[in-house]
Write a protein that binds this ligand. Structure first.
Ligand code: ADP
Ligand code: MG
Length: 308
């Protein structure tokens, strides 16, 4: 099946000469959830804006459902719901009018039952007649989501959906994403929260300084780059690691009472037993051991670090 979104060699240089995207290519399959992970300023919003036809690319091309986002803007925009990072809605309008109007703007016939069900799902129904300016920040963000869903898009972009929101809304958002996935909606979210990508995405793309550093199935990524750390809690503090242990490339923690051994998953047959014998032979007493697996966070930090 052809990808629902095909991003090909996309670059964007802003009028001031700043290169925000550098040769980004990415295919997104219908029904998947992909998280674009990257620090502030990485180019995430720029990428989304181009796919949504809000910003023009400097070079490259984006196809949405087989149509060019620049040439066939109306067609492609109709397939997309966008929840923007910033609140941009008319603050004097009521919730229900804002959402109904948004459906109309996307060329769809009025459907009060659908609008009502969206408002209920986002726990906005009780507030439907309130003006937006009366709502809390979290509620306003729910309205943006309701707007984005009002024309039943096949693709939903969530640009930093949970930046600065409370825990309850974040959990609601994650639930909403998993319900939407069951209806076959393709979801692209940007985030700088690793936990969020780890929780809800099928695939993760890491973007930094306008470059897509990698795109990988989340579990494969964890397996490929996953390392384990063994920590040996020592009886006494060390000034330095004894020379007899040098082959192990151990690290000593700041307080000098823990030895840390990093190893690849599945490549250490018998190594830990030998390490502990060597530690013992070096005259070091230890009273505890623990292991920890690399999280997506560790992977992310090391990737971004390498790209600096
Ligand atoms: N209209 C613009 N003109 C010039 N530079 C811009 C413009 N919009 C964004 N940028 C710059 O492009 C970079 C990427 O921005 P953005 O796509 O918003 O990143 P992100 O969403 O990952 O935080 C930033 O350095 C930002 O300052
Ligand atoms: Mg952004």
């Amino acid at each position: 099946m052809a990808p629902i979104i095909s991003i090909r060699s996309l670059s964007k240089t802003y009028a001031n000469g700043f290169k925000a995207l550098d040769n980004v290519s990415l295919d997104i399959e219908e029904g998947e959830i992909i998280a674009l992970l990257g620090p502030n300023g990485a180019g995430k919003t720029t990428l989304i804006s181009i796919v949504c036809g809000i910003t023009n690319p400097s070079s490259g091309q984006v196809l949405v459902a087989g149509h060019d986002v620049v040439k066939d803007f109306r067609k492609t925009r109709g397939e997309i719901g966008l929840v923007p990072q910033e609140l941009t809605t008319d603050m004097f309008e009521t919730v229900i009018n804002t959402v109904s109007f948004s459906r109309g703007l996307n060329g769809k016939k009025p459907n009060p039952e659908l609008v009502e069900s969206i408002l209920r799902e986002l726990t906005l129904f009780e507030k439907r007649n309130d003006a937006l300016r009366e709502l809390s920040g979290g509620m306003k963000r729910r309205v943006l989501i309701a707007k984005a869903l009002s024309h039943e898009p096949r693709i939903l972009f969530l640009d930093e959906p949970t930046a600065g929101v409370d825990v309850a809304l974040r959990k609601d958002m994650w639930q909403l994403v998993s319900r939407l996935r069951q209806t076959g909606v393709t979801i692209i979210l940007t985030t700088h929260y690793i936990e969020e990508a780890q929780e809800i995405a099928d695939r993760v793309g890491v973007i930094n300084r306008g470059k897509l550093l990698l795109v990988e199935d989340k579990n494969t990524l964890m397996r490929k780059l996953g390392k384990k750390h063994l920590t040996v809690q020592l009886h006494a503090r060390l000034e330095e690691i004894p020379a007899s242990l040098s082959e192990w490339n151990l690290k000593l923690n700041d307080t000098g009472d823990q030895l840390i051994y990093d190893y690849e998953l599945g490549s250490n047959h018998g190594a830990i037993a030998r390490l502990l014998q060597d530690v013992d032979a070096a005259g070091l007493g230890f009273d505890d051991l623990s292991t920890r697996q690399t999280s997506l966070e560790d992977i992310f930090v090391s990737l971004i670090g390498e790209a600096e």
